[in-house]
Design a protein around this ligand. Structure first.
Ligand code: ARG
Length: 456
């Protein structure tokens, strides 16, 4: 037990089980050891530990790290309150009483804050590399589909034709913003809470600059009280995971729609779909559905932990231990989802011809025809009304734009002439878009090149 002196009785075993976080914070074992090594070296630099004691402690800690990695030691979940006490107890077993000097000037309150900061820091890098992999997959597919026509939607109603590449590049942009959130979090984790003690600092001459420097921080934190109660970085991280999942979920939703028989636009590979136990013909997009479903849980993690935080008085309160489950759950879920969606998309086949004919001369060209009238000098509102009348006539006669004759168009407005007929041709449609950021194939190609250079 870590607080032996004052207590006559052991903690009730049910109370220990209820309060132990070891099941979750075991994920922090490596970071806990890194922090302890830096702390021991700092204690040695101010002569609280002798060189020998420091060496003994550091080599004991390294051994624990190895034992954990090669599965030769596993703390008993029913015996310890958290990863810190489990490591300390193992250190006693390995090096004897010298282990009792490691916790000098330290509280588990500054220790846990440090462990989580170190963990999130590494995880931000991992997540960013997973996002980059997915972006690269999307760019590969995009390169092959700069001219593959699909309907673009607003309100899930056909709006204007776009290319598949243009659609996928929208996700590349979103993923870039997702990455920037993790960079932001990482860049802000630049101060070490170690040496804050329980809440008020220490009477010992701890060299906080020394340990901060050893652990790669720019400086120690500026207020011990804040340092042990700050979990803003966890909320930032949970938020970044939520927005990242939201993007994956929106894409999943599209994949689910596209893979229906009605859309018939994407065929997912067998390796990322499941069958039905009852209906032999079924091939279900379960991975996409699960990403969509898990997004709800990841949102819940944010709101759950934000609620835990909202009434806590300064400084450390045991409620803070409730940060572990949401943190690990959101992180692992998001990491897995990135890998799964990447695998699912990179092995999918697109039905390239699906929309080529169907879109030919349909109403999704209406805006372009209104633009054509504008270039003839007509005010846009009039052009909008005229094209609306053309649509009305087509619908009445059961026709598409492209099957209207010039005479029929002229009967609606005399401004129409021969050159409008070219505007009814879907094959040259994308090329007519001119603006930066549009679906124009040339501009889309340039954007693909831009990303390919940026993401090397
Ligand atoms: N395991 C705790 C947590 O995760 C840290 C220990 C601090 N506990 C305490 N009773 N002061 O927040």
């Amino acid at each position: 037990m870590l607080w032996g002196g004052r207590f006559k009785e052991e903690l009730n075993s049910r109370a220990l089980k209820f309060s132990s976080s070891l099941k979750y914070d075991i994920n922090l074992l490596q970071e806990d050891i890194e922090g302890s090594i830096a702390h021991a070296e700092m204690l040695s630099s101010i002569n609280i530990l002798s060189n020998d004691e420091c060496k003994k402690i550091v080599s004991g800690l390294k051994q624990i790290s190895e034992e954990w990695q090669n599965n030769s030691w596993k703390p008993d979940a029913g015996k310890f309150e958290d990863v810190h006490s489990a490591v300390e107890s193992r250190l006693f077993e390995l090096i004897g009483d010298t282990a009792g000097k490691l916790h000098t000037g330290r509280s588990r309150n500054d220790q846990i804050a440090l462990d989580i900061i170190l963990w999130i820091n590494k995880r931000c890098s991992l997540i960013n590399s997973l996002i980059i992999e997915f972006q690269k997959t999307l760019l590969e597919i995009s390169s092959a589909h700069v001219e593959t026509l699909i309907p673009g939607y607003t309100h899930l109603q056909r709006a204007q034709p776009i290319s598949l590449a243009f659609h996928l590049l929208a996700y590349v942009e979103m993923l870039e913003r997702d990455k920037s959130r993790f960079y932001f979090i990482k860049n802000n984790l630049n101060q070490s809470p170690l040496g804050s003690g329980a809440l008020a600092g220490s009477t010992l001459p701890l060299d906080r600059n020394y340990s901060a420097d050893k652990l790669g921080f720019e400086s120690p934190t500026g207020n011990a009280l804040d340092s042990v109660s700050n979990r803003d970085f966890i909320l930032d991280y949970l938020h970044a995971c939520s927005v990242g999942m939201m993007h994956l979920s929106r894409f999943s939703e599209e994949i689910i729609i596209w893979s229906s028989s009605e859309w018939n636009f994407i065929k997912l590979s067998d390796s990322f779909t499941t069958g039905s136990s009852l209906m032999p013909q079924k091939k279900n997009p379960d991975m996409a559905e699960l990403i969509r479903g898990k997004t709800g849980r990841v949102y819940g993690n944010y709101i759950g932990f934000a609620s835990t935080m909202k009434s806590l008085p300064l400084s450390y309160n045991r409620d803070l231990q409730e940060d572990k489950e949401p943190l690990f759950d959101s992180s692992f879920t998001y990491e897995d989802s990135l890998e799964i969606i990447n695998g699912m998309i990179s092995t999918a086949a697109f039905n390239v011809k699906r929309f080529a004919e169907e879109l030919q001369g349909d109403f999704s060209l209406a805006t372009d025809i209104a633009d054509w009238l504008v270039l003839k000098g007509m005010p846009f509102r009039d052009a909008h009304r005229i094209v609306g009348l053309v649509v009305q006539k087509c619908e009445k006669d059961g026709k598409k734009f492209s099957s209207m004759s010039l005479d029929e168009l002229k009967s609606i407005s005399q401004v129409f002439d021969e050159s409008v007929m070219e505007y009814l041709d879907m094959n040259s449609e994308l090329k007519k878009k001119k603006t930066i950021g549009s679906t124009n194939p040339q501009l889309v190609k340039e954007r693909i090149d831009f990303w390919k250079k940026k993401l090397v």
